[in-house]
Design a protein around this ligand. Structure first.
Ligand SMILES: [Ca+2]
Ligand SMILES: [Ca+2]
Length: 97
């Protein structure tokens, strides 16, 4: 009787642990995005815009340490440029609404 109770508790514990490891497949990705966001918050658009044309191109973004995938996410209208508006939007809330 006591043994079967122990087995049950162990089984429940195993299920519980599996649940912890199975949580949120995109969590690590999300964390990376948050790190990127924190990094970007310390940046000024005017500093990143090397040629001062009012847009970040992919080269300028990469020089600033912005991953291409983040650049794409920030480029809401997909014109391969991140305007100051898009940049500020990304800093404030992340993905397009
Ligand atoms: Ca530029
Ligand atoms: Ca754009």
């Amino acid at each position: 009787m006591k043994n079967s109770m122990t087995a049950l508790v162990l089984a429940m514990f195993a299920v519980g642990s599996a649940g912890v490891f199975a949580q949120e497949p995109g969590e690590q990705e999300q964390q990376q995005t948050q790190e990127q966001q924190a990094k970007m918050e310390a940046m000024e658009f005017s500093q990143l815009d090397g040629d001062q044309d009012g847009n970040l191109n992919e080269t300028e973004a990469q020089e600033a340490g912005i991953e291409p995938v983040t650049f794409d996410a920030m480029d809401v209208d997909s014109n391969q440029l991140v305007s100051e508006e898009e940049f500020e939007h990304a800093k404030e809330g992340g993905s397009a609404r």
